[in-house]
Design a binder for this molecule. Sequence first.
Ligand SMILES: [Zn+2]
Length: 327
Amino acid sequence: MWSDRPTMSSTVLALDVGGTKLAAGLVTSRAELLCRAEIPTPETDDPEVLWSAVTGLVDSVLGQRGDLPFAGVGIACGGPMTWPRGEVSPLNIPAWRGFPLLERMRARYGIGLPVAIHNDAVCVAVAEHRWGAGVGRDHVLGMVVSTGVGGGLLLDGRRIDGASGNAGHIGHIVVDPAGPPCRCGGRGCVEAIARGPAIAAYAAEQGWTGEASGVGVARGAHAGDAACLGAFDRAGRAVGIALASAVAVLDVELVAVGGGIAEAGAVFFDPLHAAFREHAGLDFVRRCEVVPAGFGRGSSLAGAAALVLDGRGSVSRFWDVDWSDPD
Ligand SMILES: [Zn+2]
């Protein structure tokens, strides 16, 4: 039985479930994507319609692989979820509320194999640590700034999960108590200011009439539009302030920031670094480097695979497997 653990093969079937796209692929221990497929997330209220889209996508990946075996199944999904049970209720996917994604994936693709799930931002953090900007670092916060703001934490070289799997979830640090309402029910969270839709809304308030999206505002900022630059300045500063607090709590040596908003580059990172320097007083906080993520696109898929390759977390252990199922 033990011979069937991940050492059998270094390739993992990985699935990434997001509000805008579903991606699946086979990922090697060197983060090579052997097969990959991606489709837009269907707009549906029916949980089974969405599940059918997932299985169609995964089947198409497995159809490309020939006889290549895989050693386990790793899943990245938007939160929240019950963890480690993996019943998911992604904010951006209303069709799934308490959907048993881990169990469904295990039953269909992972019988006899380790199957693991985590928040997509945690997967990004794991990929950054294993293959990206965090290589060689033991104390890393990985962060995603895109439609939402999330993160994951590694201390002493290992992933930290916390009581509910949400350790490192930096998006709901309050940076302005009088700030805008947040999707979490709070007010003035860094996510409420730095997420793409918030950047677009603020730019529009300031007179931007171009494309109302984070990417559209990034283009405007690069072209020198004052409203767009102001929106990125506000977002970058919010993240810098949040990090000054978070790093003081966590004592990480490196923060890797990825996601569509971070990809805007200096218009985001310059105000971030300025605010971080202003608010970080203690030496150990000031020494922390805040850098762009190094892995690039596909990091949540790779990180999902790393959940299995690392052999930790919500892996359904062999003695939990229902061997009576002939599939
Ligand atoms: Zn919040």
